[in-house]
Design a protein around this ligand. Structure first.
Ligand code: SAH
Ligand code: F3S
Length: 498
C-alpha cells in the first residue's frame, strides 16, 4: 500500500497501543498505580490495519482491565501478548506472521506467556492458528471479545481457546473503551460494525460479519463522556458509516421486517450526525468511511449546516472504469460518482475529499486504468490511499475472476496513480496559501519541537510556531507556505469558529 496522505487509516505499521501509566482520561485504568504487584497479570497489545482495529483494541483493553489485567508497553513484562490483526491484503497478514514468530521466540524463554490473536486474521484462519501453525494460545474474532476472560481461563488450563463466532447484535455499546495511545484530544467512536456490501475484492464482510448499527443513546453517552474528559474531536467509525440505521434494533438486513412505527422513527446517518453536532457544539466531528453508494444528499446538507462537522469526506472509489466498478460489485457508476462529487462541492465548496484506489484489479485493461486517472483528474483529491490488487482467499473475485494482471503491470499502474495524486495533493495544499484555517492542536510537530501540529477541518496537517498555545486548542492559523502534505503558517489567535 502506498499513501499520500496526512493520516493513514490503513497504516500498516504496528503500533503498540499501550500506555504504561494511564492518564486521567482512560477511565477504568485511571486508578491503577504505577507500581504493579509482581503477581498482577500484565498484557501487551499491538494493533494493525484499519482504525476500527485500533478502536477495538480499546474495547479489549477495557474488558481485560475489568479482569484485573494491567496494560504494559514493555513486551518483556507481559504475561499476555495480543495482536489485533488485519487480513485486507496478503502483505498485512505476512507482517502479522513475522510478529507472531517473534512473540513465539519470547515464549521459549517465558513458558507462562500466552499469545492471543484477535481481529480479522483470527476470524479468517480460525482453528488453523492452533492446529497448523501452533503459534498462538488464544484466537478471538472481532465479535467475541467479551468471551476473552473465559478464553484466558481455557488457555491457562492448556485447552483450546478459540471463539470466532460472528454476531448479529454485538456492538460493544455497553463497554466504555480504555483510550490507548491517546493524545487526549481526538478519539474514535464506533457506530456500526460489519459490512453487507460484498465488494468482490474485499474480505471484510467475511471477517467482520453482517452490518449492524449501535444504539444512538450509547453513542451519545460515549461522546458526552469524551467531552467531559476534555476531548475535542471525535471520529464516528464504521466500515460503511453512511449506512448507519437504528430502528430499535440495528441489524441492517432486518430493517424491512421492522414495524411501520419503527421504520418511520428510525435514525439514519444524517440524523445521527445532527444529533451529535447539536449535543456537542464544541466538539469537532469527523466520520469514516463513506461508501459512495450509501452517501445521501441529506448527509451533505447536514455537514453544510453544522460548523462543528468537519468539511472532509473519505470517499473510496477503487476504480474510474465502469466495467471494473461493475466487476467489483460497487453499486454506482463513474457518472454517479461525479454527480456525488458535484453535489458535495455545491453544498460544501471547500470540502476535503480523499480516496482509496486499487490498481490492477483482475481483467483491468490499459483503458480502464486511464479511466481511473481521468476520474482522479476530475476530482483532484486532497489525498488518497492507493493499493495494488491483492487476491484474498474466499472472496468472490478470488473464486470467479483470474488474478491475471502481472505484478509488474500492477506496480506500474499504481505508481502512475501515486504520481498523479502527488500533483493533485500539491494543487490542493497550494489553495490554502494566504488563507486562515482553524487548526486543532494535537501534538508537537515531528520536524521541530518548536512547532505544533494539528489538522484543519479538511483533515490536512498544519504546523505553526507554538507560542502560548497548547494541545487541544482550536487556533486560527494563516498559511504562509505548503508542501504536498502539510500547511505551514502562523497563529493569529484562538479560533472562535467552534
Ligand atoms: N469500507 C472500509 C473499507 C475497508 S478496506 C473502510 O472502513 O474503509 C480499505 C481499503 O483497502 C479499500 O477501500 C480498498 O481500497 C483496499 N482493499 C480492500 N481489499 C483489497 C484487496 N483485496 N486488494 C487491494 N486493496 C484492497
Ligand atoms: Fe469492503 Fe466494500 Fe464493505 S470495500 S468493507 S465490502 S464497502
Amino acid at each position: 500500500m502506498t499513501k499520500i496522505s496526512t493520516k493513514d487509516p490503513y497504516a500498516f505499521n504496528g503500533v503498540p497501543l499501550t500506555k504504561e501509566d494511564s492518564s486521567a482520561n482512560t477511565g477504568v485504568l485511571s486508578n491503577v498505580k504505577d507500581t504493579v504487584p509482581k503477581a498482577q497479570k500484565q498484557f501487551y497489545i499491538e494493533s494493525y490495519g484499519c482504525q476500527m482495529n485500533f478502536s477495538d483494541s480499546e474495547i479489549v483493553a477495557s474488558i481485560l482491565s475489568q479482569e484485573g489485567y494491567k496494560l504494559t508497553e514493555k513486551l518483556e513484562n507481559a504475561n499476555l501478548v495480543l495482536v489485533n490483526t488485519c487480513s485486507i491484503r496478503e502483505k498485512a497478514e505476512q507482517t502479522v506472521r513475522k510478529r507472531l514468530e517473534l512473540f513465539n521466540g519470547l515464549k521459549r524463554k517465558n513458558k507462562d506467556l500466552k499469545i492471543g490473536v484477535l481481529g480479522c486474521m483470527a476470524e479468517r484462519l480460525k482453528h488453523k492458528f492452533l492446529e497448523e501453525e501452533k503459534m498462538v494460545d488464544i484466537v478471538v474474532g472481532p465479535d467475541a471479545y467479551k468471551d476473552l476472560p473465559n478464553l484466558l481461563k481455557e488457555a491457562e488450563a492448556e485447552r483450546d481457546a478459540v471463539n470466532v463466532i460472528l454476531s448479529k447484535e454485538e456492538t460493544y455499546g455497553d463497554i466504555a473503551p480504555v483510550r490507548l495511545a491517546t493524545n487526549g484530544v481526538s478519539a474514535f467512536v464506533t457506530i456500526t460494525r460489519g459490512c453487507d456490501n460484498m465488494c468482490t475484492f474485499c474480505v471484510v464482510p467475511f471477517t467482520r460479519g453482517r452490518e449492524r448499527s449501535r444504539d444512538p443513546k450509547s453513542i451519545l453517552e460515549e461522546i458526552t463522556q469524551l467531552s467531559q474528559n476534555g476531548y475535542k474531536e471525535i471520529t464516528l467509525l464504521g466500515q460503511n458509516v453512511d449506512s448507519y440505521l437504528w430502528y430499535g434494533g440495528g441489524l441492517k438486513k432486518n430493517f424491512s421486517k421492522a414495524s411501520p412505527l419503527q421504520q418511520n422513527t428510525a435514525v439514519n446517518f444524517s440524523n445521527l450526525l445532527e444529533l451529535v453536532a447539536k449535543a456537542q457544539p464544541h466538539i469537532r466531528i469527523r466520520f469514516s468511511t463513506s461508501n459512495p453508494q450509501d452517501m445521501s444528499i441529506d448527509v451533505i446538507h447536514t455537514m453544510a449546516k453544522y460548523d462543528n462537522i468537519c468539511n472532509y469526506i473519505h470517499l473510496p472509489v477503487q476504480s474510474g472504469s465502469n466495467a471494473i466498478l461493475n466487476k467489483m460489485n460497487r453499486q454506482h457508476s463513474r457518472e454517479e460518482y461525479f454527480e456525488l462529487i458535484d453535489n458535495i462541492r455545491k453544498s460544501i465548496p471547500d470540502c476535503g475529499i480523499s480516496h482509496d484506489m486499487i490498481a490492477g484489479f483482475p481483467s483491468e485493461t490499459e483503458q480502464d486504468h486511464q479511466d481511473t486517472l481521468s476520474l482522479m483528474e476530475y476530482v483532484k483529491y486532497d489525498f488518497g490511499f492507493m493499493f495494488a490488487y491483492s487476491e484474498r482467499p474466499g472472496t468472490l473475485a478470488a473464486k470467479k475472476i483470474e488474478d491475471d494482471i502481472p505484478e509488474s503491470t500492477k506496480k506500474r499502474r499504481l505508481q502512475e496513480i501515486i504520481d498523479l495524486q502527488r500533483v493533485h495533493s500539491e494543487y490542493r495544499t497550494q489553495q490554502f496559501i494566504g488563507k486562515t484555517v482553524c487548526v486543532l492542536i494535537e501534538k508537537s510537530s515531528k520536524r521541530s519541537n518548536e512547532f505544533w501540529s494539528g489538522r484543519t477541518s479538511q483533515n490536512t496537517v498544519a504546523v505553526f510556531p507554538k507560542e502560548k498555545y497548547k494541545v487541544g486548542d482550536f487556533v486560527d492559523v494563516k498559511i504562509e507556505e505548503v508542501t504536498s502534505a502539510t500547511l505551514i503558517g502562523n497563529a493569529l489567535g484562538l479560533s472562535s469558529s467552534i
